[in-house]
Design a protein around this ligand. Structure first.
Ligand code: NAG
Length: 399
């Protein structure tokens, strides 16, 4: 006992107080001990990057501790490769982006983790301070920067994002790109329902991503699922306001990786523009979406609860007259009920060249104004049971 106390004292003296022994195996760096200031005004980027370089260079499990307070950070890249495969950011406080959106507005990312393995972010609020940029964009000013994604993991493996709140991001809140084995638990995304391009969680070119017990209120997709996403599991999530959970837009590029094995289970959509959606550009592509399951979903006053739209072509630019090459198959909608804010609750508008196949609907019960809502299908084939909607929807028009 005495020996341990002596050891701890000795170590804390040796390390100028920024080093704390948390347990025999994990080392903790407090960013304040490394020069960060919790005043919301002093740029703490250097201290955070210094903490990162210490953790990254260590072979021991390491905690970077951010205490209560507001820490102003510019755009920062926490990059690998590291000697360490067990780094935890434990955040009790708030990380704040510069209030002048121009400082990071063209940087692409605010907080970026690149080429890392075994990183956990636990707790904390990430405040992107995006409101002034949204106002700039909404005013039609063409000189506004595109904005920075709040938190991105790129080319990384074995990532956990636990109990993190992302507030008012300039652009996307969280992006997972080129990653393997990512768990997001208890994530909260919060931005105005009218904020532009503020997707909650965007996943692309990644496999083995899980999103659990999370809540997204934002101005664009709550979750957007891009090309090259496989084995994605989303369970117990709430969305609204927002544009729903969207696979797509797919087929933007002619050569594109497909989306495969996506499960959305136990989700609630409240006042959102869409519920569950698959969307592709109306132009040629090698892309596809298959083995998709939407299960146990509650819709509350959702404008477009169930959508497949293969004729996406914003501004009618670069695709008029073309049809989507994206092949959509094996999509199951199971136990989906609630209310639609518009008369047509189910819309399948598939590619005339590559019709949707094996669309299955089981126990889909959506109402509009206390009446069964309608469905509309074109180029969609599949089966249906236990519907409130018309079951005559699945028919491929004769050629
Ligand atoms: C589909 O993805 C889940 C994880 O979301 C995984 O457990 C399962 O093995 C995958 N299925 C196939 C056939 O790859």
């Amino acid at each position: 006992m005495i020996l341990i106390i002596v050891l701890v004292l000795l170590l804390s003296v040796l390390s100028n107080s920024e080093l704390v022994v948390a347990s025999p195996s994990a080392v903790t760096f407090n960013v304040v001990g490394l020069g960060a200031k919790p005043d919301g005004k002093t740029d703490s980027t250097t201290a955070f990057l210094f903490a990162w370089s210490k953790a990254c260079g260590s072979v021991n499990p390491t905690v970077i501790y951010v205490p209560v307070g507001r820490f102003l950070l510019r755009n920062a890249v926490f990059s690998g490769q590291c000697k360490n495969s067990a780094i935890t950011f434990r955040i009790a406080g708030t990380l704040v982006a510069p209030s002048d959106y121009r400082v990071i507005g063209n940087a692409g990312n605010w907080l970026m983790f690149y080429d890392v393995n075994g990183v956990t972010i636990s707790g904390g609020i990430l405040d992107g301070q995006g409101t002034a940029l949204w106002a700039c964009k909404s005013s039609g000013n063409s000189g506004c920067p595109s904005g920075a994604t709040t938190l991105e993991f790129s080319n990384s493996n074995n990532i956990v994002i636990n109990g993190v709140t992302s507030l008012n991001s300039q652009m996307f809140h969280i992006v997972i790109n080129g990653c393997h084995n990512v768990k997001m638990l208890g994530v909260k995304v919060s931005a105005s329902g009218s904020s532009p391009n503020t997707d909650g969680i965007h996943v692309q070119m990644s496999t083995g991503v899980t999103i659990l017990n999370s809540k997204m209120s934002t101005g664009d997709d709550c979750v957007s699922i891009g090309p090259g996403t496989t084995n994605l599991w989303i369970e117990s999530v709430a969305c609204g306001p927002g544009h729903g959970i969207s696979i797509g837009s797919l087929g933007k590029d002619s050569e594109e990786a497909g989306v495969q094995n996506v499960t959305v289970k136990t989700a609630t959509f409240t006042g959102s523009q869409n519920g569950v959606r698959i969307k592709s550009w109306g132009r040629p592509s090698t892309g596809f979406a298959r083995n998709i399951l939407f299960q146990h979903v509650v819709m509350e006053n959702v404008e477009n609860p169930i959508v497949i739209d293969q004729n996406y072509c914003p501004g009618n630019k670069d695709c008029p007259g073309q049809v989507s090459g994206v092949k959509i198959s094996d999509v199951t909608y199971q136990d989906i009920h609630g209310t639609s804010a518009t008369p047509v609750a189910v819309k399948f508008d598939c590619s005339s060249k590559f019709p949707c196949t094996s669309i299955q609907m089981e126990d889909v019960k959506l109402t509009y104004n206390n009446q069964p809502a309608q469905s509309s299908c074109s180029h969609a084939a599949g089966s249906a049971s236990g519907l409130v909607q018309s079951t005559t929807c699945f028919k491929i028009p004769s050629k």
